[in-house]
Write a protein that binds this ligand. Sequence first.
Ligand SMILES: [Ca+2]
Length: 282
Amino acid sequence: MGSYRVCVFFTRKFRIVEPEPPEDVKDAFREYAEGGKYMTAVQLQRFLVDFQGEVGASLAHAEQIVKQALQRHHITKFARHNLHLEDFHHYLFSADLNSPIGDQVLCVFLLSSSKCMFRSNGGCGYLKKPELLMNVGPDGQVFDPKAELKVQKTLKVKVYMGDGWHLDFKQTHFDSYSPPDFFTRVGIEGVPADKKMFETKIKEDKWSPVWDEEFKFELTVPELALLRVEVLDYDMSETNDFGGQTCLLVSELKQGIRAVPLYYKKGEKLNNARLLMRFDFV
Ligand SMILES: [Ca+2]
């Protein structure tokens, strides 16, 4: 009898509860669907241009997104051509459809060596040196990262939520008797003045943590700034367990609400684990 009860308890503890879309997503849906129940491709296009900063986003592109976002429903016959709030959220939280950077430059931070590896279209490449480093002043002076620099850009980074770990890891991978206790580290690697690291709160016993926390980075040399993101499972008695990481070139970062895929330490992509984040330059 006793063991039966324990078993039931575990089942309950391990159940995956899908969090609902964050308020920002609901607000954006309300605004761009103009109070309606569905968002049309035309309204989505306006969202892409205004909110996501994708100035060149065409209607055809928006229609393509609607099609892809609806694919999960397997609607065939009476296909609808607009998005429900859940579809809109699904699109935003899809690492395949809504990545935070272009295809060309994706860099993965290798914690062990403190080096950045850049992947271009699946292959490996090296980042072109920012022009700043190649410019030589009229008197032959070169860029000095230690000189007093003015803030050029402020980057606001919001970490809404995470999901997908339960598909990439065993139930007992992080903690043996309960779901993981995830928190996210968000930081800037760059010139000394720009380096900074923040942490979200720890969300106990959640496979799909919701943080909704915002951090601000004042950047003096945004050209050299890398945004580092790392998810960890907090453990009181041992070292925290690694839950994925990424490293994004700030100059390549797309504004707006984005799905951020995560990588293992050696640079391989986690199939499902990802974060929903927002980036804004002010
Ligand atoms: Ca833990």
